[in-house]
Design a protein around this ligand. Structure first.
Ligand code: ATP
Length: 235
């Protein structure tokens, strides 16, 4: 579905990605884990055209994404939930959700998807009238995911969805990610919380200073000594 080949991205002469290869097969949950500054966000931002790579290729179902505009990439079915939520604080929850469907015209399907989002996140239904900026951090994260779902993605990419959330909310969020996946959405998840991410992932990649160091099945990586020491806080 998504194929990244030999991708190099440089910011002002410094290479943030030094030739990475990564593949997401349709129907899978893939996670990219790594420390701060390893290049995780840069990878996702490159896919949706927010960063212009120096070399390499990114294709989605064999369509070249590198010279496409972000809005055309979204129309193909790829949506990014950015780090830090980026909801519109002065709009209501419902208005934020409707904006997620901005490029869609299938009114009946949009209504169904709104009900689907409300069933995944009942709190958003309860608070649909509330200004999004007054939601709690966890609720804002749910709204960001809900808004992304309103664009009806085939590939949902999430940048650190668990950042800053209490452990109990993180669990809830990961269960919802599994549920979204069960409904047929392919997922590429970036996480510093390697433990939670590798538990739900079919395939995991470990990125270190712009290079993919390890690739394997999620469960395999949970048992990998190097991964355990560096990312799972074990000695
Ligand atoms: P984090 O988990 O901290 O967000 P990350 O793995 O997502 O980290 P990136 O945000 O992709 O890492 O950053 C990779 C490197 O590129 C870092 O050294 C960062 O400082 C640098 N970088 C990212 N964005 C820019 C930018 N717009 N201009 C200059 N350097 C940047």
């Amino acid at each position: 579905m998504l194929k990244i080949d030999n991708l190099v991205v440089a910011y002002g002469g410094i290479e943030a990605l030094k030739g990475i290869n990564l593949e997401v097969e349709e129907g899978k949950i893939v996670t990219l884990v790594g420390a701060n500054g390893a290049g995780k966000s840069t990878t996702l931002r490159s896919v949706v055209g927010l960063v212009k790579p120096k070399s390499g290729s990114i294709t989605y179902n064999n369509i070249d994404l590198l010279n496409m505009k972000t809005q055309d990439i979204v129309k193909l079915g790829i949506t990014l939930v950015p780090e830090g939520r980026r909801i519109f604080p002065n709009l209501t929850v419902l208005e934020n959700l409707k904006l997620g469907a901005y490029f869609r015209k299938d009114t009946n399907e949009i209504k169904k998807d709104l009900e689907w989002v409300y069933s995944l996140f009942p709190i958003l239904k309860e608070r649909h009238w509330q200004m999004a900026g007054t939601l709690s951090g966890g609720e804002q994260q749910m709204l960001a995911v809900g808004r992304a779902l309103m664009s009806k993605p085939k590939l949902l990419m999430m940048d650190e969805p668990s950042l800053g959330l209490a452990p109990i909310i993180v669990n809830e969020l990961f269960n919802i990610i599994k549920e979204i996946h069960n409904q047929g959405v392919t997922i590429l998840l970036i996480e510093q919380n390697a433990n939670a991410a590798l538990h739900i992932a079919d395939i995991g990649y470990v990125i270190e200073t712009g290079m993919i160091k390890i690739k394997g099945e999620g469960k395999e990586l949970l048992n990998n000594d190097e991964v355990r020491k560096a990312y799972l806080g074990e000695n």
